[in-house]
Design a binder for this molecule. Structure first.
Ligand SMILES: [Zn+2]
Length: 227
């Protein structure tokens, strides 16, 4: 019978392949983790390509992010263990360098949140049953001082209604869930939503505000009707 960490490692390897297939694992970017039991967390090592993970690319850390197997964890490990500490129900955390997340947050350099509203895909987030909803995702400025970044994230997440994810400007996004499958579903949904948001922003910018009032039926009118 496999040890608990062995099945978790297999799940992390599989999610890496799927996220790479979605274009969410460029170069060696991103890191993924899943709670094994209690305070033991399996997390990808630094520097590995996430689409080509093997068991040797996943290590164990404790709830404070300290290595349990002599390997050196990723510098972004504090952003994972913090979520397990803040939310006891969280069993998995995914961090990716999404192009849409990077572009949107860079296009809004002062924004501290990104609101998603009116999208059908919002129903992929826990607890949302209608498109008539609004989700405010916290946005944080990037920093190479990961412990300091973790402290600023904790200050915003503690005591607030739990968002399903947050964004780091010019860097990427973190999602989490009660299972690795749920964290992956939220990540895929968020990637879809951010891509829609980005394309909508680009279309509005290209077309100008007057197009907001242009009737859609002009598209089906024949040239004769216009004469
Ligand atoms: Zn990163």
């Amino acid at each position: 019978m496999p040890l608990p960490e062995e099945s978790v490692v297999c799940e992390i390897i599989a999610v890496g392949r799927r996220l790479d297939a979605h274009g969410l694992a460029a170069a060696t970017s991103g890191n993924y983790s899943s709670r094994v039991d209690g305070d033991r967390i399996a997390i990808t090592v630094s520097g590995s390509h996430k689409g080509r993970l093997s068991a040797a690319d996943v290590m164990l850390v404790d709830g404070d992010g300290r290595s349990l197997d002599s390997r050196i964890p990723s510098a972004e490990t504090p952003l994972h263990v913090q979520l397990y500490g803040l939310y006891p129900h969280v069993q998995a955390v995914l961090h990716v360098h999404s192009v849409a997340a990077v572009a949107l947050t860079r296009s809004r350099p002062k924004a501290t949140l990104l609101a998603l509203e009116g999208y059908e895909m919002l129903k992929a987030f826990p607890g949302i049953t209608t498109h008539e909803a609004r989700v405010d995702l916290p946005v944080f400025d990037n920093s190479q001082d990961t412990p300091a970044l973790a402290r600023s994230i904790a200050a915003r997440l503690t005591g607030k209604p739990a968002a399903p994810a947050y964004l780091i400007r010019g860097h990427g996004m973190n999602t989490w869930g009660r299972t690795l499958d749920e964290a992956e579903r939220i990540l895929e949904a968020l990637e879809h939503l951010l891509a829609c948001e980005l394309q909508t922003q680009q279309l509005k910018s290209a077309n100008g505000p007057e197009d907001d009032h242009e009737p859609l039926d002009h598209l089906s009118r024949s040239p004769a009707a216009d004469a």
